[in-house]
Design a protein around this ligand. Structure first.
Ligand code: 13P
Ligand code: ZN
Length: 275
């Protein structure tokens, strides 16, 4: 038995490999965090380091994440290497009782620290945990090319992106009826972009980072990966249609069609995004 036999780590690692296979993780691009269930922490605890790392202040704080444990990709580590050497590319961090610092309790055996986007992940976990009554556990950041390309041609508003994506594939309004938020271009890695993103994640379960990528959230790995995948595929269809039609869209899904989908599938669309 090894820590990597634990189901939660297997599922985590599978998402990393799937994201790499999709082409969303050039070099060290992208990062993944998971808020562990108490029983998963206990399963993994026998493999924790005898002496945990030093506490490191995050520059952000959350009362509802005090004492939680997260699995995180390491900063500068490559998704394509995660399945080959999880112990060198991933870590488990514990959050202190003040809710403002982490320390490494497992992994990154050759050194390193959790993703540079940990402050964004952390605040997103905090608001999604609150918004979903504790259901949300996964925050996933990737660099999917078609969605990034869209941020060069559409106005950077939640309404414009949500409408374009909803109209690009019939399943989209069912998968993300609340739409997607959009963060304007900002310097990655710090607390400013973390605050800007988490403000949107109060309302949306995905947020686009202009000219950079996407943050997606969900209760488990399948749902979160599925959300990233659905949004990126819709972005691809949007760009294919625009390119093939040389910028002209002959027909699309109408707003009343979107309403009909919502009614049939029992979801509530963000009405202010409809005409
Ligand atoms: P990390 O290697 O620190 O996770 O950064 C990758 C990234 O995508 C930054 O936005
Ligand atoms: Zn990134």
């Amino acid at each position: 038995m090894a820590i990597t036999d634990c189901e939660v780590l297997q599922n985590y690692i599978r998402l990393c490999s799937d994201g790499w296979d999709q082409g969303w993780h050039e070099r060290n691009g992208g990062n993944l965090t998971y808020r562990m269930r108490p029983e998963e922490v206990e399963q993994c605890r026998p493999y924790f380091k005898e002496t945990p790392g030093e506490w490191v202040n995050m520059g952000v704080q959350a009362d509802n994440l005090k004492g939680e444990y997260f699995i995180s990709t390491g900063s500068g580590k490559y998704f394509r290497n995660v399945s080959l050497a999880p112990q060198d590319n991933l870590c488990i961090v514990e959050i202190n009782e003040a809710g403002d610092s982490w320390r490494i309790v497992w992994g990154l055996e050759k050194g390193g620290r959790p993703t540079s986007e940990f402050p964004s992940h952390f605040l997103n976990h905090s608001v999604r945990k609150e918004a979903t009554n504790g259901e949300n556990r996964v925050i996933y950041h990737a660099h999917p090319a078609n969605l990034i390309a869209m941020t060069y041609i559409l106005p950077l508003t939640a309404r414009d992106f949500t409408r374009a994506l909803w109209q690009s594939a019939t399943e989209c309004p069912v998968v993300f009826p609340g739409g997607v938020g959009v963060v304007p271009w900002m310097v990655p890695g710090g607390s400013d972009i973390a605050w800007a993103t988490s403000k949107l994640m109060r309302e949306y379960d995905a947020a686009v980072w202009a000219h950079h990528g996407l943050f997606a959230s969900g209760p488990d790995f399948d749902t979160t990966f599925g959300l990233m995948h659905t949004i990126e595929k819709a972005a691809q269809i949007y760009l294919l249609a625009l390119s093939a039609g040389q910028g002209k869209i002959r027909q699309t899904i109408q707003d009343d069609d979107l309403r009909a989908i919502a009614k049939e599938f029992g979801v509530t669309l963000r009405e202010e995004f409809l005409e």
